[in-house]
Design a protein around this ligand. Structure first.
Ligand code: NAD
Length: 370
């Protein structure tokens, strides 16, 4: 089957042939003809960097339950260009300092925080003060303590909080979750993964204050999350880890350049993984007694995934993960149901990541207590 960007309708038709069981509930029902929103929610993107520009903005042209209604940016000119491109009024352009004024703006229901990790807590808390529902990019924050503050602020403001875990809306990862749940191959007991890219220049991702850490925060988090998916949503009980020797110490002054780790799950399941800014990789494999699934290429991205199982290759036409993710959250708000990719899930991953860093620093096995 040829992979291409297709309409939501043909995506649904295609999926309905092969994977009906995973579509009975969940985000894809959003587009059933008898399930149309009375009101389309307004989203304001906070931070107009690469991810907003290349993925979230374009995705918001495909969404049905929400649309781009405003931006928060340090550049007025950039904001005006976005207003023109996306057709929202210039009054809906805010700076980081004026976010609180959004409280009076009925056009904006959801604030989507897409700034460097170290600013997520500040921007999420500012959005709660404006009384808006929030999506926060991954990793949720630099520390578990910040995650706790963010969750508490959302509860106090009675707003919903979700994390940008778009792969919950991807059919290949939904198949991983289905296999983990229904145990077609038995429970997954051996997981392996590798994610990396080569970083040449110092950017915020290599600055501890803004990134919280090195590649484990940016890339390794996908392996942590994927392993928990393969463990049917369970968190590991303990981790061990070892940092790579630095080849560019001038670039990676206060974060790791690479790290390998193991996650022990109950039932003797284990995940061995590595991530770095010194090699390129994007793969993940989960093995069970009677079969396996392997994400061979682009395992955690939005284009070009190559996935096989012991039964043969999987072939889904990829949907727009981000559009599904944002529409699902809008639907959560409009129907008052909890998000499947909640702040608590973002916090869980940060608990695991902190344990991995502690294990690397102490060279000791660390228990994970969620
Ligand atoms: P980016 O560097 O391209 O954009 C960051 C934005 O934040 C810029 O608009 C920048 O101007 C703004 N910003 C505000 N204050 C800043 C400061 N003090 N220092 C630096 N920038 C500041 O980054 P990005 O790739 O868009 O990533 C943003 C967030 O999105 C990160 O948390 C990242 O992990 C996440 N992300 C998620 C995915 C995904 O697939 N879910 C993909 C890419 C990025």
């Amino acid at each position: 089957m040829k992979k291409s960007s297709i309409s939501r309708r043909s995506f649904l038709e295609q999926l309905s042939i092969g994977t009906a069981s995973i579509l009975m509930t969940g985000p894809l029902d959003l587009y059933a003809s008898n399930n149309r929103p009375d009101r389309v929610l307004g989203v304001a993107l906070v931070g107009l960097g690469r991810y907003s520009t290349r993925e979230l903005g374009p995705a918001l042209k495909q969404t049905k339950w929400c649309k781009l209604a405003g931006v928060v940016t340090g550049s007025k000119e950039k904001g005006e260009q976005w207003a023109k491109d996306y057709g929202f009024p210039v009054k809906n352009i805010y700076s980081y300092d004026t976010m609180a004024q959004m409280a009076d703006n009925k056009d904006i229901d959801i604030v989507y925080v897409v700034t460097p990790n170290g600013l997520h807590a500040e921007h999420v808390i500012a959005a709660t003060k404006a009384g808006k529902h929030i999506i926060c990019e991954k990793p949720m924050a630099n520390t578990v303590a910040e995650c706790d503050q963010m969750i508490a602020a959302c509860k106090a403001a009675k707003v919903k909080l979700s994390v940008g875990y778009r792969l919950h809306f991807d059919p290949y990862h939904q198949e991983l979750m289905r296999l983990a749940k229904e145990k077609d191959f038995g429970p997954f007991t051996n997981m392996t993964g590798d994610r990396g890219f080569i970083m040449q220049n110092k950017v915020w991702r290599a600055d501890k204050k803004l990134a919280g850490g090195g590649p484990l925060m940016d890339l390794g988090i996908y392996l942590v999350h994927g392993a928990c998916m393969a463990a049917n949503g369970a968190a590991p009980i303990a981790v061990t880890a070892k940092e790579f020797v630095k080849t560019k110490p001038e670039l990676f002054t206060d974060v790791e350049e690479g790290i390998s780790w193991t996650m022990e799950f109950s039932g003797n399941a284990i995940c061995t993984a590595q991530t770095s800014y010194q090699h390129s990789a994007d793969k993940f494999r989960a093995e069970a007694p009677n079969g396996w699934i392997e994400f061979k290429e682009h395992a955690f991205t939005y284009r070009g995934m190559v996935v096989e199982t012991s039964r043969g290759p999987l072939s889904f036409t990829p949907p727009n993960q981000q559009a599904l993710q944002m529409d699902d959250f809008a639907n959560c708000i409009l129907t008052n149901r909890p998000s499947g990719v909640s702040g608590e899930l973002g916090r869980r991953d940060m608990v695991i990541i902190e344990a991995i860093y502690k294990a690397a620093a102490t060279q000791k096995r660390m228990e994970v207590k969620i």
